[in-house]
Design a protein around this ligand. Sequence first.
Ligand SMILES: C[S@@+](CC[C@H](N)C(=O)[O-])C[C@H]1O[C@@H](n2cnc3c(N)ncnc32)[C@H](O)[C@@H]1O
Length: 241
Amino acid sequence: MFSIKTILRKRLRPLTRQRIRSLLVTFLNLFFKVKLDDLANLYGTDKNYKHDYTKYYDMLFSKIRHKKIILLEIGIGGYEKSNLGGASLRMWKKYFKRGLINGIDIYDKKKIEEKRIRTFRVNQTDQANLEIVITKIGSPDIIIDDGSHHNGDVIKTFMILFPHLTSNGFYIIEDVHTSYRDSYGGDSKTLENKKTTMNFFKKIADNSNLEFFKKELLDKSIIKTSIDFIWFTKGMIIIKK
Ligand SMILES: C[S@@+](CC[C@H](N)C(=O)[O-])C[C@H]1O[C@@H](n2cnc3c(N)ncnc32)[C@H](O)[C@@H]1O
């Protein structure tokens, strides 16, 4: 027996399905305050049903939901298929009603652009092109890394983009369980490997006390910026500048 959902998935093109989803969300928004969890599920990003990240996002962002924020997400989704992806960008657009939503992907995603959603084809470790993106969109208030999840890439991208984050901004890294996967440049055998995402960010935790560093310590610290806090949750690292 086919469900209506399966029939629609088979018969309708991805873009048509996306438009129907958007209309449904707009309609629901008229009568209910749709929660971030529901927006994630409606648009089809795995940030709720698989990873349970949206509860943390809502905790962080509910107070700034109505501000005209600039958000940059690395990893748009759909991989090489140019008309696929964009689920989380659409979710953020509905959540931040005045927000400017930007996505970076290694593949071209121009087809998924719409009002308040811009995309850029850039490798997340390409410093020169990342900086061009920043000059085009302005300093982001929120940066989310949901790209390659390769440990080396995650660290390099953070070192390039964190200085461009606004003060009080949030930098979030998703899927940090890849820290313990060899295929992602993580380490499944030891917790001591300094090259993993988790071990790199454990060191950043010191920067919440940067004002107490002596000069020699500051010279040796990984980043010279003070941070407000860093949270480690299952699968996610959240840093507030
Ligand atoms: C998990 S998907 C993103 C899903 C999306 N954020 C969502 O929640 O709907 C990961 C995306 O990262 C992109 N990606 C992989 N390596 C990348 C890199 N080095 N630079 C930029 N994007 C990359 C892939 O093409 C893919 O579309």
